[in-house]
Design a protein. Structure first.
Ligand SMILES: [Zn+2]
Length: 224
């Protein structure tokens, strides 16, 4: 539980598409039309550093962020595995989960290393474990509890070691469809900084992050 939290408003988008939402989050403006009209495949879209809020920070790191530093091959593998499961059951749910977990471990260790190095004014990581596993198992409460525990522990590991503003934010939520899962049309945010927000748009966070980080020492006593 953080000092402030709530839902995000995604109503400005036709659909909660991961690449569109993260790109718009990073740019601080709605890029849906621009991306869909760009003529290139959705997952190939890439913003330049100077078009994102990251450019306002010294030596920023953004790991595996869709629309920016996304590891396309890995996620192509995940999507191919998902298709293989639904098409002909040529892979099992356990094999599918393993692909997602191995990638998660890699990003988690790079993320914690980047924070521990002290070399970056801002570190961002994209963790798609709940989304990827959720597609085949969101209705399996016991498994999803383990996934959320893993993500909570990651947040706990960061908070225990560093006194720093933290934002946890999703592109979209998930809803169960039988044992499977699909994207829901709003997301969630939480922060260890007291932020006076009700249901912010995802495109508002670029300014919020920049403002909070530039005044982070003033906010120190507010943090949990
Ligand atoms: Zn998904």
């Amino acid at each position: 539980m953080q000092a402030s939290y709530g839902k995000t408003d995604l109503s400005e988008f036709d659909e909660p598409r991961t690449v569109v939402i993260w790109s718009s989050f990073m740019a601080g403006r709605n890029l849906e039309r621009e991306i869909l009209n760009s003529g290139q495949p959705l997952w190939a879209f890439k913003l330049k550093l100077e078009d994102t809020f990251l450019s306002k920070f010294n030596n920023p790191v953004a790991l595996d962020v869709p629309g920016y530093s996304y590891m396309k091959e890995q996620h192509d593998r995940e999507r191919a595995a998902l298709k293989a499961f639904f098409n002909d059951k040529s892979i099992t749910i356990e094999e599918y989960d393993k692909i997602a977990f191995e990638h998660h471990k890699r990003i988690k260790s790079e993320f914690l290393d980047a924070i521990a190095s002290g070399n970056h004014e801002l570190v961002m990581g994209y963790f798609n474990l709940a989304d990827t596993i959720g597609h085949l198992s969101f209705g399996v409460t016991s498994k999803m509890r383990l996934i959320y525990d893993e993500l909570s522990q990651l947040v706990g590991a960061v908070q225990a070691r560093y006194d720093y503003p933290l934002l946890i934010i999703s592109d979209h939520g998930m809803k169960p469809v039988g044992r499977f899962g699909d994207h829901s049309d709003y997301g969630f945010w939480a922060s260890n900084v007291k932020l006076d927000l009700t249901t912010p748009k995802i495109t508002e966070f670029a300014d919020i992050i920049t403002t909070v980080m530039k005044h982070k020492d003033a906010h120190k006593s507010d943090r949990t």
